[in-house]
Design a binder for this molecule. Structure first.
Ligand code: NAP
Length: 319
């Protein structure tokens, strides 16, 4: 089978398309024929050796995918031929085949394409965990998705609306702003324009928002604290560096800064995440947005694209 391999940490060019033996599923494992693999920023951090968890070399990147079970080991719930999406892979999803723990594959929801299935694991999982397991949002609360045009952001807009929140977002391009509007955000602000925070405060009548899902905390966290309503919460989903904040802002409002990592979800929380997502796909409130489909051989270009400004839903690789 063909697979992208990383033999040394570094830039996008360290990813090479190589021939590999097809892995065999053991007990509790399934072999998935990958039809689409999701490209996430964490794949970039791991490839460059700069993530909190760097896989031992050599490795195949990727944890998200959708495809068809090719072979199943003993005690695996899914039989050969089952359409699934994967939220984790033992051998990496940037490949024609990926070996997965059976507990990390889930039935591909009816009506979702393989590309959409490859957009579920990390983006929807993170958005769900941030909203419901960390911020514990309630219907009627006011949300700002700070970075609403990308994979996690579009998922968060959909999940929050379905739960009855008032939803706003930010994006950095006209196209991204339109996308967030199409995804149902009541108001969308441009995080690259000066003074956009005033627009957010005006929109809330000066009260501030109850919850901010923050995709770039190293840039925004201090300003976020000033955008919160009393007892508001900022959930740090993404951050690419350090930031200085004035803690008095949190003190004055009884507000909270919450971190979230999907990796920290306990087994029971993971079960809850995928059960809730399945319900949302079934009732039509959730619909992954695919911005770009690229051939597997263009994994390097996909890694460049996912780090550039101008996010638009999800980028997937097609083996
Ligand atoms: P993505 O698809 O590349 O989207 C990135 C988002 O960040 C876009 O909406 C982008 O908007 C926005 N952004 C850029 N500059 C911004 C700014 N100054 N202020 C606010 N937003 C800004 O990435 P993703 O998959 O959605 O992931 C988003 C972040 O969360 C990444 O940093 C990722 O590493 C992190 N993440 C963390 C977890 C976790 O478990 N904690 C899980 C998944 C992802 P424009 O491009 O329109 O400017």
């Amino acid at each position: 089978m063909k697979a992208i391999r990383v033999h040394q940490y570094g830039g996008p060019e360290v990813m090479r398309l190589e021939e590999m033996p097809v892995p065999e599923p053991g007990a509790g494992e399934v072999l998935v024929r990958v039809r689409a693999a999701g490209v996430n920023p964490v794949d970039v951090y791991r490839r460059s050796g700069g993530s909190g968890y760097n896989p031992p070399l050599p490795f195949t990147p990727g944890t998200d995918a959708a495809g068809v079970v090719e072979a199943a080991g003993e005690k695996a719930w899914a039989a050969a031929g089952t359409k699934v999406y994967a939220s984790g892979a033992l051998t990496g999803t940037y490949a024609e085949m990926a070996l997965c723990k059976a507990s990390d594959v889930h039935p591909l929801p009816e009506g979702l394409t393989y590309s959409q299935g490859a957009a579920v694991g990390i983006p929807y999982g993170t958005a769900y965990r941030a909203l419901f397991q960390r911020a514990r949002v309630s219907a009627g609360e006011v949300l700002l998705v700070h970075g609403a045009s990308g994979g996690v952001g579009t998922a968060a807009l959909q999940l929050a609306q379905a739960a009855g929140l008032r939803v706003s977002g930010t994006a950095g391009t006209e196209r991204g702003i339109l996308l967030a509007q199409e995804q149902g955000a009541e108001r969308v602000f441009n995080h690259r324009s000066d003074g956009y925070e005033k627009g957010i405060m005006d929109w809330t009548g000066g009260r501030g928002v109850d919850v901010i899902l923050e995709m770039l905390a190293n840039v925004n966290l201090d300003r976020d604290l000033a955008l919160l309503a009393p007892r508001g919460r900022v959930v740090v989903i993404g951050s690419r560096g350090a930031v200085s904040i004035d803690p008095r802002q949190a003190m004055a409002l009884d507000s909270s800064i919450l971190g979230v990592s999907l990796r920290n979800a306990a087994a029971q929380e993971e079960t809850a995440i995928h059960a809730a997502l399945a319900a949302g796909f079934r009732n039509g409130t959730l619909k992954p947005v695919i911005g770009r489909e690229m051939p597997l051989s263009q994994a390097s270009q996909a890694h460049q694209a996912v780090m550039e400004p101008g996010a638009y839903g999800k980028i997937v690789l097609l083996p």
